[in-house]
Design a protein. Structure first.
Length: 219
């Protein structure tokens, strides 16, 4: 799978939406890494729970699923009322993943975020349950695209310096590249379908294609 030519690996003119990562990766198997893994698993589990127990169904009716397992939420909170709420939580997860500066965690957990997005978005595609979907979708997609693009090049998009953990020439494996490309395509299909269902104009759809194609070429 081809990688971008050296000339294309340069600081981006598009504002980087990601927070500054720590200078050094967390020590593999160390207590901080274990704590982060537990936190990410817990937050992602809560997001999945809130999606399953969303307050409104695709037709704008109160969802019966919310009360189906009432009492089993274990403090995970109320179900989402719109995808914007889920997107906000997922953006927070992406930020934490990126700040960790740990490529051994970043790639798999960013792929997990994409999987949650793919599974969740179709449940919130009706305008009455998700009136501002295009904004929330692309805000989340922007961060994911920057993160994947940076990991695939191994360089900070702002400074063109090696990312934490990539100073010794480390690179994303071929298997990870294939997974990233496949996942980006899945996200593209789901997002375009959601926007089409909401009657968005062609400009947003083209933007999504640019995001996915950019990641796909690098993958």
């Amino acid at each position: 799978i081809p990688t971008p030519p050296a000339s294309s690996i340069a600081p981006s003119t598009h504002p980087n939406p990601l927070p500054q990562p720590r200078k050094h990766p967390l020590r593999p198997g160390g207590p901080k890494e274990s704590e982060l893994i537990s936190y990410l698993d817990r937050v992602l589990d809560a997001v999945r729970y809130k999606v399953r127990h969303k307050s409104w169904d695709g037709a704008g009716r109160r969802s019966a699923q919310k009360d189906k397992d009432k009492g089993n939420g274990e403090g995970k909170g109320e179900g989402y009322k719109a995808f914007s709420e889920a997107a906000k939580d997922l953006e927070g997860v992406v930020d934490v993943i990126w700040v960790s500066g740990s490529p051994n965690l970043q790639t798999p957990y960013l792929l997990t975020v994409c999987s949650v997005l793919v599974d969740s978005l179709p449940l919130f595609t009706h305008p009455s349950s998700n009136p501002n979907s295009s904004h929330t979708i692309f805000s989340l997609i922007d961060k994911l695209d920057f993160a994947f693009s940076s990991l695939l090049t191994g360089r900070d998009p702002d400074t063109n310096t090696p990312l934490p953990g990539f100073e010794d020439g480390r690179s994303v494996s071929s298997t990870e590249r294939v997974r990233i490309k496949s996942t980006v395509e899945r996200v593209r299909v789901v997002v375009l379908r959601a926007l089409d269902n909401e009657g968005e104009d062609g400009d947003d759809g083209d933007g999504m294609r640019e995001v996915s194609e950019g990641s796909g070429e690098e993958a």
